[in-house]
Every structure is written in structure tokens, then in C-alpha cells.
Design a protein around this ligand. Structure first.
Ligand code: PMP
Ligand code: GLN
Length: 387
């Protein structure tokens, strides 16, 4: 730790994603760790970005987001969720979901406020809350169903609760929150006058019969829910970093106030391209889910054959598995061994748990299946040597 750095970053290490991608490169391992596809999204969407650059869309975008993208976000919300969204007052664009989440947390959480976070969590939530001076109150999702305990949730709410962060479909477990669960969260949020931040970046990666229920479509939750999504997962362009928030005008406005001074505006040509992507026909989205269902099933079979005990995800492009007889002293050791010795990189899920609950992830490993068929086949072949 450098004595020159401020307290708000002093506790942060290198993210588990950077650590394991570097380890994967060094070990020449197949990288099923960090969640990014090894293929690109649709050619026509790439072309739209090229056209925007060639067509002179190269200066600062409007701080709230390019008009075409805000309109496309509203149209997408109407098409898939029946929502009526005002693209001028109820949508805000930022540089990826990660930035919108940071902006929203900065905009809504005061020092000393409490934030309810489900565990395991996407790592940026806790970092954002801590940078805002807030405190996380954790609620565990428990294997194998990843349901939470009602009493534990109720106990996580305090008279300082300002925000509840929900992620559905959920990274890393793949859980899709049910209506009952969301209504319960909504009731407690209402009792404490808390805002719900719903991270839905995997909204288009859900495997039937599971379905994605957008919390903001539940009438009792709508007035207090800020929905976040991005183009990275749905269109396989994680490097473009185009994200957005939609919801009640006051919440969107507050988020924008922070965004103005974090990045001011987001990459303009990519906004035009993602606007086109959101308007792709239904067949794109159904084809996308079919593609991923086949990848999920292939990896799950391979993991079972290699002696792992995977939990079948309802959504996302991740599968969490119990390491079974391959479990080492803890999940970091198991994942380092997998990367170095077996040649398949994976993420240790304890990185998504608070210090007090890390032990729950000791035997777990997270694999990403957002990879081409040849990459997945190579990974499975390497894993099967363990059998
Ligand atoms: N939320 C979750 C649950 C994620 O897994 C990720 C990872 N990409 C993000 C947010 C960040 O999305 P973006 O790349 O758009 O910042
Ligand atoms: N969301 C991706 C994952 O969970 C990676 C995001 C990142 O690298 N920060 O693997």
C-alpha cells in the first residue's frame, strides 16, 4: 500500500478478473475466467460503429446520452417489458453498467448509509458503496437453489438503509429472482423508503423454463426502482462500454449529476451502434439465447465428466460448480491450480463474498461459457484429463 493513496482505495487489491486473465495469459490456459466472449457481435452493428466514425460522430455526445440511444433504450423497454419510458427524462447513458452503478451509488448513498447487497455479488457494487462512504449489509444466496432466507433479508434492513442492489439474472450463480422474492424485497424497501438498483446486464441470457422478471415491471416496485443494463453482454461487445439506467426521473437525474463529473459523456460512435443493436429483430435475441443454451449444456456435461458438480444456471453465461474431489485448500488455490496445471482458467467465487462469508465459496469455481465452440471443446478436453 502506498502511503500516498487515499483511504477510499487503500483496501482495494487488483480485481480477480485482471488477476486471473493475466495468469491465464502467462500459463497459456484456455480462459474461462473473466466474462468476455472470444467472438464479436453482429457485423451490421460493427458496421454501424464504423459508419458513425466515418460519418463524423466523433465529438462529445450529449451528457445524458445520444438521442438515438435513449430512444432505443425506451423502445427496447416497451418491446420486451411493456414499459412506458420517456427517453428524455427517464434514461441516462454512461460508459458501461459499471459506471452507471458507480454514478447511482454516488448519487443516492450518503456517508454512513446502509446498502443491502446479495452475496455473492458483482465486485464493483461493494467498491462503489465503500467509495461513497456507505456500508454494505449482506444477504446470502444459498446453494443449491440460491434462495435467500427471509429473516436474513429483513435483518439486513436498518433505519439507515438507503439502497438495495439486486442483480437478476445473477452473476455468478445464474439465478433469476422470482416474483415472490422481488415482492418481498419491494415490501421491505418500501418500509424503509429505500431505492432498488436492479442490475440486468444479463437480461437476454435466460434459459427456459426460467424467465427474466424485470423488477420495475412489478407495480409496487416501479416507483423506487432504477434499472441498469448495458450492451456488453447482449451484443458481445464488452469493450465498447455502453451502459444505461432507466427509471423514475428523479433517480435518473441524480445519476446523471454524478455522471457529468465522472466521464461527462460516453463514446459517441458506439452509442449510435448500440442504438441499432437494441432495435435488432426478436430473432436476434432468441437466436442468441439458443446459442448460449447449447454452450451452457456442453460445458455442464464436460464439467460433470471431469468430476465437478455444476449448479445449472438459469441465466447469464457463467456456471458455478462445486470442485468435488478437485477442491484444494480454498477456491483461489483450486483456480490457480486449474489455470496453471490443467490449462483452464476459472474465477474463485470467494472474490464475490464479504470477508465474513468467504468460507462459503471455499469449494466453488466459476467458469464462463461465452466462448466459441472450439475454445469450449479445448477446455473440456483438458478438464476431462482429470477424470
Ligand atoms: N454487472 C454485472 C452483474 C456484471 O457481470 C458486469 C460485468 N460485465 C457488469 C455489471 C459490468 O457491465 P459493463 O461491462 O457494461 O460495465
Ligand atoms: N463481468 C465480467 C465477469 O464477471 C467481467 C467484468 C470485469 O472484468 N470487470 O467476469
Amino acid at each position: 500500500m502506498s502511503t500516498r493513496e487515499a483511504q477510499r482505495v487503500a483496501r482495494f487489491g487488483t480485481t480477480v478478473f485482471s488477476e486471473f486473465s493475466a495468469l491465464a495469459r502467462a500459463a497459456n490456459a484456455v480462459n474461462l475466467g473473466q466474462g468476455f466472449p472470444d467472438f464479436d457481435g453482429p457485423d451490421e452493428i460493427k458496421q454501424a460503429a464504423i459508419d458513425a466514425i466515418r460519418g463524423g460522430v466523433n465529438q462529445y455526445a450529449i451528457t445524458t446520452g445520444a438521442a438515438a440511444l435513449r430512444k432505443a433504450v425506451a423502445e427496447h423497454a416497451a418491446r420486451f417489458y411493456g414499459q412506458k419510458v420517456d427517453p428524455d427524462a427517464e434514461v441516462s447513458v454512461a460508459s458501461g453498467a459499471t459506471e452507471v452503478i458507480f454514478d447511482a451509488v454516488m448519487a443516492l448513498v450518503n456517508p454512513g448509509d446502509d446498502v443491502v447487497v446479495f452475496e455473492p455479488f458483482y465486485d464493483s457494487y461493494v467498491a462503489s458503496v465503500e467509495m461513497a462512504g456507505g456500508r454494505c449489509r449482506y444477504v446470502r444466496l444459498k446453494a443449491p437453489t440460491w434462495r435467500f432466507d427471509e429473516a436474513e433479508l429483513a435483518a439486513a434492513f436498518t433505519d439507515r438503509t438507503k439502497l438495495v442492489i439486486v442483480n437478476t439474472p445473477h452473476n455468478p450463480t445464474g439465478k433469476c429472482f422470482t416474483r415472490d422474492e422481488l415482492e418481498l424485497i419491494g415490501r421491505l424497501a418500501a418500509e424503509h423508503d429505500a431505492v432498488i438498483l436492479s442490475d440486468e446486464v444479463y437480461e437476454h441470457l435466460v434459459y427456459a423454463p426460467a424467465r427474466h422478471l424485470r423488477p420495475a415491471t412489478i407495480p409496487s416496485l416501479a416507483p423506487r426502482t432504477l434499472t441498469v443494463s448495458s450492451g456488453g453482454k447482449s451484443f458481445s461487445f464488452t469493450g465498447w462500454k455502453i451502459g444505461w439506467a432507466l427509471g423514475p426521473a428523479d433517480l435518473v437525474k441524480a445519476t446523471q449529476k454524478a455522471h457529468q463529473f465522472v466521464t461527462f459523456a460516453t463514446a459517441s460512435p458506439f452509442q449510435e451502434a448500440i442504438a441499432k443493436a437494441l432495435l435488432l429483430p426478436d430473432s436476434y435475441f432468441t437466436g442468441f439465447e439458443q446459442l448460449y443454451r447449447a454452450k451452457r449444456d456442453f460445458l455442464i456435461e464436460g464439467l460433470k465428466a471431469a468430476g465437478f458438480e455444476p449448479y445449472t444456471p438459469q441465466g447469464t453465461y457463467f456456471v458455478v460448480a462445486d470442485a468435488g474431489r478437485h477442491a484444494k485448500a480454498d477456491d483461489f488455490e483450486t483456480c490457480r491450480w486449474l489455470t496453471r496445471e490443467v490449462g483452464v482458467a476459472a474465477i474463485p467465487p470467494s472474490a464475490f463474498y464479504s470477508a465474513e462469508h468467504k468460507a462459503e465459496a471455499k469449494r466453488l469455481v466459476r467458469f464462463a461459457f461465452c466462448k466459441g465452440d472450439a475454445t469450449l471443446a479445448e477446455a473440456v478436453q483438458r478438464l476431462k484429463r482429470l477424470a
